[in-house]
Design a protein around this ligand. Structure first.
Ligand code: NAD
Length: 471
């Protein structure tokens, strides 16, 4: 029996149904384009299946476990309550499954043709789909949007196995190891360290740089390090991992300290979290003629156009800023350039909101204080601690602060760095103010509801103007 091959012509072909790809497909369909989307494994991407969403469920369960561990008495709960990791795992999978169904619903609602299979370009106008159910297709397109994401990086000397893995195996695991070594103190390493420690794992984080979350503001790194130590996490900075592999009873990691000393540690599991690299192989990119940068990403202009003008690329594969909401913003813009001749362009990626869903959270946008001083010469800085915020006391989470960096000449915001409860929710006011060029002198008059965590922003605005009220 020969498989049938469907032939289809569309205005827009989207390769990859992650947060960038599926959003781009919806926006293109809304603008009247005929759209096909091809996905081989994860509808909703790594984000919905094994990334952002399931990990946020695990983190929410972990936060309850940690709150109980720290405050059982004052919240009137019995001593010795222990949260069950299996329940966190089950809730995490159930939430992910629900969100994935939501993506299929949205595709259908917008009349987008879905192909579950592996897509490979055969030219700059055609893509062949090989589907597991035999419904192969050849799609010709006027425009394509490549949204193929990224894959995890490894390190020389690290041998992946049952006990040395990337994040996917840990997200999908039904149990928490008794001891966990995390290689890399970026967002993935830190988020998993928080989950594991809150469920009773002995956690050691090894970071090559001299501080955790090394790209964040130094004060935010230091504040988070303090909180993680309180959660019982061992942080080793200046640690260059040279090897990791399975052993008969678990796993073993070797690292060199900054002073050249070599240390070996054993653990039940090792999580390798040293970054992502754009995915360039396995989908016939060569056949399109699209340029790839020296740093191994698809080269795009400020409107996400590749070197082949009718082909666009969005998300992690562009190597710009590997965050789901950045991919979405790029996807919407690419669809609007294709479907509505938009003249908009992506701005400075440093101004995008960033968040690490640790316990407490870290959220930021724009320049760190050090970058501000280097680029502007001088900056205005104001910090307000959550220990002086009523709502933080009410919820029992007083660690952390908000710190805002402003340009002293224009009196507009150039960066903010926050550590504390749900601080990721405080970002939109700041990014809107920075994007619109709202001055400190106007921001101080924006009244914030009492009692809220957001009052800490109002205090920091007052601080920038030279007159903090409650601190
Ligand atoms: P990352 O690149 O953000 O961090 C990796 C860390 O590993 C760095 O701090 C680096 O210094 C360290 N490292 C590198 N080599 C090392 C070595 N030999 N020994 C010890 N440490 C070493 O990568 P990630 O945390 O794996 O995240 C991957 C991508 O996913 C990033 O782009 C990240 O922004 C994104 N992501 C973001 C979030 C979020 O924003 N909440 C969550 C998950 C993933």
């Amino acid at each position: 029996m020969t498989d049938t091959v469907e032939e289809l012509a569309v205005n827009v072909l989207v390769l990859g149904a992650g947060p960038g790809g599926y959003v781009a497909a919806i926006r293109a369909a809304q603008l009247g384009q005929s759209v096909a989307i091809v996905e081989r494994e994860y509808w909703g991407g790594v984000c919905l299946n094994v990334g952002c969403i399931p990990t946020k469920v695990l983190l929410a369960n972990a936060q309850v476990a940690s709150l109980v561990a720290r405050h059982a008495k004052s919240f009137g709960l019995p001593d010795g309550l222990r949260a069950d990791f299996r329940a966190a795992h089950e809730r995490s999978r159930a939430v992910a499954e629900g969100r994935i169904k939501g993506v299929h619903y949205l595709m259908k609602k917008n009349g987008i043709r879905q192909f579950a299979g592996t897509g490979a370009f055969t030219s700059d106008r055609t893509l062949a789909v090989t589907a597991s159910d035999g419904t192969n297709a050849v799609i010709t397109f006027d425009h394509a949007i490549i949204a193929t994401g990224s894959e995890i990086r490894s390190l020389p000397g690290v041998i992946f196995g049952d006990r040395v893995t990337g994040y996917i195996e840990v997200v999908l695991s039904e149990t928490m190891p008794e001891s966990l070594v995390v290689i890399g103190a970026g967002p993935i390493g830190i988020e998993f360290a928080c989950v594991a420690a809150s469920f009773g794992s002995r956690v050691t984080v090894l970071e090559y740089q001299d501080r955790i979350l090394p790209t964040e503001d130094a004060d935010a790194s230091a504040e988070l390090a303090k909180a993680l130590k309180k959660l019982g996490i061992t942080l080793v900075t200046g640690a260059r991992v040279t090897s990791a592999s399975d052993t008969a009873s678990g796993a073993q990691v070797t690292y060199d300290s900054a002073s050249g000393e070599t240390t070996e540690i054993a653990a039940d599991h090792v999580l390798v979290a040293v970054g992502f690299a754009p995915r360039l192989e396995g989908y016939g990119l060569d056949a399109t003629g699209v340029f790839v940068t020296d740093r191994g990403a698809i080269d795009v202009d400020a409107q996400l156009r590749t070197s082949v003008p009718h082909i666009f690329a969005i998300g992690d594969v562009t190597g710009k800023l590997a965050l789901a909401h950045v991919a979405e913003a790029q996807g919407i813009l690419a669809a609007e350039v294709i479907g509505a001749n938009s003249t908009r362009a992506m701005g400075d990626y440093r101004d995008m909101p960033r968040a690490v869903y640790s316990n407490p959270q870290v959220a930021s946008f724009g320049l760190t204080e050090a970058q501000g001083r280097e680029e502007l010469g001088d900056v205005l800085v104001a910090s307000f601690p959550f220990v002086a915020n009523g709502k933080a006391h009410a919820v029992g989470e007083t660690a952390g602060f908000v710190k805002i960096v402003a340009n002293p000449t224009t009196r507009t915001l150039v960066g903010a760095h926050m550590v504390g409860p749900d601080v990721s929710e405080l970002l939109p006011e700041l990014t809107l103010a920075a994007g619109q060029g709202t001055t400190i002198d106007d921001l101080i008059h924006n009244v914030h509801a009492h009692p809220t965590l957001s009052e800490s922003l109002q205090e920091a605005f007052h601080g920038l103007a030279g007159h903090m009220i409650n601190f």
